[in-house]
Design a binder for this molecule. Structure first.
Ligand code: TXA
Ligand code: MG
Length: 349
């Protein structure tokens, strides 16, 4: 099966495309669509068979739960059994938006959608195409990122086509996404709300509203004994095909060290990729340098990260060195994804 491909206007989505997408989803089929974070692979969240198709299309382990997307606040109540007051306050500030909240689930949500868990992750995206599609589908769309399991998440419809073009029914294309990293996930099934995946909504933004918030211990270090609470965070993920190493230190030291490694690898006939900020990109003399943006524009770095990792795949590099990006606001999310892509290989120079 080759997916039908339709371009849609990002702000004022074409009604034919939305109606077709909605119809396919109601029939239990799969539709990829844009959100403000990354492209999602949608299926009817209340249909166990549709969720099984999502796992199969992505090659995703079926114990890794899906996020249920809604587009009306009132649609939260039928799927979430207990909603703490502070979650509603958070929703007032950041929904619609790049925030996912986890609650105990009701029986309406099949266990196939939640990977066997008694909780459900819910997100209300701000993207107009996503919202229109969710409504047309009946209100509940399960959507993981629309990539093959393990690969970098898709930030354009072309990325979706590369990974899933032969396995799904429709791809809606409204151009590149705005944020480029997946939503922040906050777990409200614990006494103190916990961040299970960092994203655009930072810990500081959450703390301002919720008071006490903790980071899931599984996020803080790569300790095999500490299991992340979000099952998806335990897998190597977001990864390019070549082995990736992150190099930390003073900018001049990092550039010198990577240049030495790249020169040596080049002499051995290996092709090296280098992921750099615009401030230092010109200082590299060897290899394929991809610049993700300026350190003073951290949202640009986040937006370009996955595309850069995919471009290294098409360049066919043998190994990749990346600078570290501990930027002030989105640095936690950027480094979380980069460290996972690197299998936590980090070198301090
Ligand atoms: O920005 C996003 O959230 C994108 C777009 C498409 O909305 N979606 C996305 O979905 O990133 P996915 O499936 O790639 O990542 C969902 C993450 C996984 O790590 C999964 O384990 C976790 O959320 N998750 C989902 N339901 C959960 C639950 N009930 N308890 C704990 N973790 C959960
Ligand atoms: Mg994903």
């Amino acid at each position: 099966m080759r997916a039908k491909y339709m371009k849609v206007d990002a702000k004022c989505p074409d009604q034919d495309a939305i109606a077709l997408g909605g119809k396919l989803l109601r029939e239990g089929r799969l539709v990829a669509f844009p959100t403000e974070t990354v492209y999602g692979l949608g299926g009817n969240a209340l249909d166990a068979g549709a969720s099984e198709k999502i796992y199969a299309a992505k090659g995703r382990p079926s114990d890794n739960p899906l996020i249920v997307h809604i587009a009306r606040m009132e649609d939260l109540y039928p799927i979430a059994a207990e909603i703490p007051e502070n979650a509603l306050v958070l929703a007032k500030s950041y929904w619609p938006g790049p925030l996912t909240m986890i609650f105990p689930k009701t029986d309406l949500v099949p266990l196939q959608t939640t990977g066997g868990l008694e909780s459900v992750a819910v997100r209300f995206p701000s993207d107009p195409v996503a919202q229109a599609l969710i409504i047309a589908a009946g209100g509940y769309v399960a959507a993981p990122s629309a990539n093959t399991s393990g690969r970098p998440s898709p930030t354009t419809a072309q990325h979706v086509m590369e990974d899933l073009g032969e396995r799904i029914d429709l791809i809606l294309d409204s151009g590149p996404v705005g944020i480029g990293l997946e939503s922040t996930i906050v777990d409200f099934t614990q006494e103190i709300p916990a961040v299970l995946r960092p994203g655009f909504i930072s810990l500081e933004m959450l703390t301002q509203i919720l008071g006490e918030v903790k980071m899931d211990p599984g996020l803080l270090k790569d300790d095999p004994d500490v299991r992340p609470k979000a099952p998806g965070m335990k897998y190597r993920h977001y990864a390019p095909k070549a082995s990736l190493k992150i190099v930390e230190g003073r900018e001049t030291d990092v550039v010198r060290w990577i240049n030495e490694q790249a020169e040596q690898a080049g002499a051995e006939g290996k092709k090296v990729g280098i992921l750099a900020a615009s401030e230092s990109a010109d200082a590299y003399d060897f290899g394929e340098v991809i610049c993700v943006g300026s350190r003073s524009e951290e949202e640009e770095i986040a937006r370009h990260l996955y595309d850069a990792l995919r471009r290294f795949d098409s360049l066919g590099v043998d190994l990749i060195y990346s600078e570290a990006f501990d930027t002030p606001r989105m640095g936690t999310a950027i480094m979380n994804r980069l460290l996972k892509a690197a299998g936590h290989h980090c070198i301090r120079v």
